[in-house]
Design a binder for this molecule. Structure first.
Ligand code: DC
Length: 229
């Protein structure tokens, strides 16, 4: 069957990666979490004390960054590797979350990540989630989904996720981080988060995981019908 590109963009913590993973599993596609790439770059910058207000320092640092995704059979997910080291867990820490939107707004960082993302999609059969996937990375993708959910629902979801790992985290902290990231991601100069004109909106505030998957699979089917094989 013909393979397509599926893009999933949207605000922080509205379940993009859950849906992307579900779709990739159902369709036997590759799932790429583009946010993990921005998180990994941020992690590298923090760890190596890169001054990201200095363009020359950013360019030099990017030359030393090699990112790869590798399938982890234990979790049935792809983990991100930075220069050969699995940093999947480290990039989910609050320290990275607090800085990632700032780093992701840098032109050189975006060019670096987008070029790699576009390469990953050359053979199609891919589901990629992020903020600019349907607008900048794959503007000609066959199916574009723009996800959204009520802020309270998103905060609650992210809080539960983080609290499982860190009992000191507060709901307020999570809410502030989420709102700040959405603000920076939506208002940055380069490739801000916005819905592509041809993206379908999926508000999953009140949908179960099964419901959202069923909906998205229906959209895939609709796209397949009009695609020349
Ligand atoms: O999806 P996430 O929360 O892991 O993404 C982390 C940050 O990376 C997010 O705040 C914005 C940025 N990002 C981006 O600018 N463009 C993407 N395609 C994906 C993520």
């Amino acid at each position: 069957m013909k393979k397509i590109i599926i893009t999933i963009d949207g605000y922080s913590s509205c379940g993009k990666s859950t849906l992307a993973r579900q779709l990739a599993r159902e369709l036997d596609y590759i799932y790429i979490d583009s946010g993990a790439m921005y998180r990994a770059i941020t992690f590298y910058f923090i760890q190596n004390r890169v001054d990201w207000s200095d363009t020359a320092a950013v360019k030099a640092a990017l030359e030393n960054i090699h990112l790869e995704f590798e399938y982890n059979p234990e979790t049935s997910q792809s983990d991100i590797y930075l220069n050969g080291e699995n940093i999947e867990h480290l990039i989910r820490e609050m320290l990275v979350a607090e800085k990632v939107s700032e780093v992701a707004a840098i032109r050189e960082v975006r060019e670096f990540a987008v070029a790699q993302q576009q390469k990953m999609g050359e053979k199609k059969g891919i589901v990629m989630d992020g903020r600019d996937i349907g607008t900048t990375v794959f503007p000609h993708a066959e199916l574009k989904i723009f996800m959204t959910a009520d802020t309270a629902v998103r905060v609650e979801r992210r809080f539960r996720e983080l609290y499982a790992k860190n009992k000191h985290i507060t709901l307020q902290e999570v809410k502030e981080n989420l709102e700040l990231r959405d603000y920076i991601d939506s208002n940055r100069e380069i490739s801000p988060l916005r819905r592509a004109d041809d993206a379908i909106i999926l508000d999953n505030s009140e949908l179960s995981m099964d419901d959202q998957l069923r909906l998205a699979l229906q959209w895939v089917e609709d796209v397949m019908i009009v695609q020349p094989s």
